[in-house]
Design a protein around this ligand. Structure first.
Ligand code: SF4
Length: 342
């Protein structure tokens, strides 16, 4: 999402979900128990309309359920309230998230009629075994079919994937990313698996049927995914669940929950780039690297972890990163001294 977008969230917890996926409890994830009605939609838009407009595009987002799987009349009611606001010029667009097996031509025609611009599909994995163990109730072929239909109908397509689901591993998660890229989405969200309290996944872990996807596991695999999406020109618009008081306060019973997961992953990506860049530098050298101002803290790492590790692994006398006129996320070697050579 660009800085010029203002999202008005409307929560529809589990509305339309044919059953529960093993990792999901939208009420605990978001901290909201109330489901939306046309009145909720009107109130949310009214509250947002009172704020200064500041040129940002105003989008209403239905999230937390399977929007297109709810009965058509209920969809019409919720979308109708948003469409009225579009007609009055108080709202610019509507986005919603749904399941891949709840997309058909009739549904897409309804969404188009009501002013929906962006459709987010929860793909989660492109491995049928992983989808089955996760209780998703759809296949990878459903994801591909729905994505094609959404794109062909002219909507913006956002795909969501998860890492560390039951039965998955780094290889399967990387393959999922490759297959999502092939579907040419306008953006992706990556959600490493969190064990939410009270979910079937928590039970599976207790019974030894699921090995927890730790923060370190998530950082490792996501640091492989980010460069893939970047090279393909697919923006990663979210990495990790939005931190909430509920999740931080204990509803996240394990797994890859960290309030700054995205930063940890970007920092690991920078570490890998620096390791490649310094591969030929002799032990005992003093090296200076350059990064964009905005990437400095990611290059240095939390508590200077990246520099400490690189110094140890490569036996460097000194390593530092200074601001340089390069693109965000880029890293360059500025100097090597003290007997080191390239
Ligand atoms: S992951 Fe999506 S489809 Fe599955 S239970 Fe949660 S909201 Fe429903």
């Amino acid at each position: 999402m660009s800085a010029r977008e203002c999202v008005i969230p409307v929560f529809v917890p589990h509305l339309g979900c044919p059953h529960r996926c093993v990792f999901c409890d939208q009420r605990r994830i978001s901290g909201s128990a109330e489901s939306a009605s046309a009145e909720t939609v009107r109130e949310a838009i009214k509250a947002a309309a009172a704020l200064p407009r500041s040129g940002a595009k105003r989008q209403l987002a239905f999230y937390g359920g399977s929007f297109t799987a709810i009965p058509a009349a209920a969809q019409e009611e919720l979308l109708g309230a948003a469409a009225e606001a579009i007609a009055r010029g108080e709202l610019d667009a509507i986005r919603l998230s749904t399941r891949p097996d709840a997309i058909d031509e009739e549904t897409l025609a309804r969404l188009r009629r009501c002013g929906v611009e962006t459709i987010e599909l929860g793909a989660q994995s492109m491995d049928d075994g992983v989808l089955r163990l996760s209780g998703r109730g759809h296949t990878a072929a459903d994801v591909a079919r729905a994505a094609e239909m959404v794109r062909a109908a002219g909507f913006r397509l956002i795909l969501q994937m998860m890492t560390g689901l039951p039965g998955s591993d780094d290889e399967k998660d990387v393959e999922t990313a490759r297959r999502l890229i092939a579907l040419r989405p306008d953006g992706v969200r990556i959600y490493p698996t969190v064990i939410v309290r009270g979910t079937p996944l928590e039970e599976m872990r207790k019974k030894g049927e699921y090995r927890e996807h730790t923060v370190e596991d998530a950082v490792r695999v996501c640091s492989k995914l980010l460069p893939l999406f970047e090279e393909a020109g697919v923006p990663v618009i979210r990495l990790g669940l939005n931190p909430t008081e509920e999740l931080s306060g204990g509803e996240a019973a394990g797994g890859a929950y960290h309030p700054a997961l995205g930063e940890l992953v970007k920092s690991r990506v920078m570490y890998e780039k620096m390791r490649v860049l310094l591969a030929a530098v002799r032990p005992g050298s003093r090296v200076t690297l350059g990064a964009a101002e905005r990437s400095l803290s990611q290059a240095i790492g939390q508590k200077r972890e990246n520099l400490r590790l690189l110094g140890e692994v490569l036996s460097l006398e000194e390593i530092k990163v200074v601001p340089a006129a390069v693109n965000e996320g880029e890293i360059v070697l500025l100097s090597v001294e003290n007997g080191g050579e390239l």
